[in-house]
Design a protein around this ligand. Structure first.
Ligand code: SAM
Ligand code: SF4
Length: 342
């Protein structure tokens, strides 16, 4: 079936913020729930939202079409763990039909634990690429970091995705004193398998059980160590996202670095984020928000949604103000990454 979101509105009323940044990318969280408990992401005893507060499949679909109609060309489904939501594949199928009809790309960020079960269906539904989060290949460290013993499921998931024809990119949070020493081997392994890797600095979002400052690792330090081992040259590759890319001559692979703390990248921001409850956050690191669920559930949802998207453009801040330099300081934002969608 063909897509529905022909977009005369996109040309007429594109999403452009007050800093003249055009918004073409949406990160849509489909659930705040997760089957892992990564220690930098959430506390062991994380409280999840009552299901009634979360948008229905139909609401997520309508919302996505409204964004596509205003010029959003890429949607990434995320969470929480998107694959723990039972009707997730139905949403992927519905949005997959929009690819080529306003939408250029539909992607998914997953922890990989359930990827082996879903890889074929994702590929059949129009997903071409998945981002899989993998911070370590050491089973003991994986269990320490995620508080769950599921490394083998994740590795099986990555292999299944590749076998299904999906392009896999790995996301790795760099953590001082934890996976720091393993990063070169992890990158070499991933490149050997044909997967690009992007390293990420840990960000101060939501309370966790420890202090993130203990494991914050500026990627400048990591890059200096990698430079001593390999030949990294800046790549022309651009995704419109915050990563800077390097080609690694010795491995033949590509390495991305996302440095929200040590090097601000907001100038070219092209994205919005929507939580599973329909709260639109125009900035991952900011408190500004617009309630899309109220708009969707109002008497005049079309008008209210349009107005809400216009409001998001008015309030999108110039940049985030993350800092991670004071022990015991409150996080920059009280909400966890699993809520806003990473
Ligand atoms: N559960 C899925 C996963 O792990 O891929 C999708 C959601 S998760 C919140 C998305 C990404 O955010 C993951 O790559 C994770 O490592 C990253 N992340 C979570 N909390 C973070 C934090 N405080 N700072 C930096 N990255 C974080
Ligand atoms: Fe779950 Fe992803 Fe957060 Fe880990 S990073 S706890 S997998 S949402």
């Amino acid at each position: 079936m063909e897509g529905t979101a022909a977009s005369p509105l996109a040309a007429a009323r594109p999403l452009v913020d007050t800093f003249q940044r055009r918004i073409t990318y949406l990160r849509l969280s489909v659930t705040d729930r997760c089957d892992l408990r990564c220690s930098y992401c959430m506390p062991e005893k994380m409280k999840f939202l009552p299901r009634a507060e979360v948008l229905s499949l139909e609401e997520l679909h309508r919302l996505s079409l409204a964004f596509i109609a205003r010029g959003v060309r890429r949607i990434r489904l995320t969470g929480g763990e998107p694959l723990v939501r039972s009707d997730m594949i139905d949403l992927v199928r519905a949005l997959g039909r929009e690819v080529g009809y306003g939408l250029d790309e539909l992607t998914l960020t997953t922890n990989g634990t359930r990827l082996a079960d879903h890889a074929d269906a994702l590929a059949a539904a129009g997903i071409v690429r998945v981002n899989v989060s993998l911070d370590t290949r050491d089973p003991a460290l994986f269990e320490q970091l995620t508080r769950r013993n599921q490394l083998s499921q994740v590795l099986d998931g990555i292999a299944a995705a590749q076998a299904a024809g999906l392009k896999v990119k790995l996301n790795t949070v760099a953590l001082k004193g934890l996976n720091e020493g393993e990063l070169p081997d992890l990158i070499a392994w991933a490149h050997g398998q044909g997967h690009d890797v992007t390293l990420i600095e840990t960000m101060p979002l939501g309370e966790v059980d420890g202090d993130r400052i203990d494991h914050y690792l500026p990627l400048g330090e990591v890059k200096a160590r990698l430079d001593a081992r390999w030949t990294l040259s800046p790549s022309n590759h651009r995704t419109g996202g915050p990563a800077r890319y390097f080609d690694v001559a010795e491995t033949g692979g590509r390495l991305g670095l996302i440095t929200p703390l040590s090097n601000n990248f907001c100038e070219g921001c092209n994205r919005l984020r929507v939580t599973a409850t329909g709260q639109l956050y125009p900035c991952l690191g900011g408190g500004e928000q617009v309630d899309l669920r109220a708009a969707l559930r109002s008497a005049d949802p079309e008008f209210r949604l349009e107005a809400a998207l216009d409001e998001a453009m008015r309030i999108k801040p110039e940049k985030h103000h993350f800092r991670i330099d004071t022990r015991g300081a409150a996080p920059a934002q009280p909400r966890h990454m699993s809520m806003t969608g990473g």
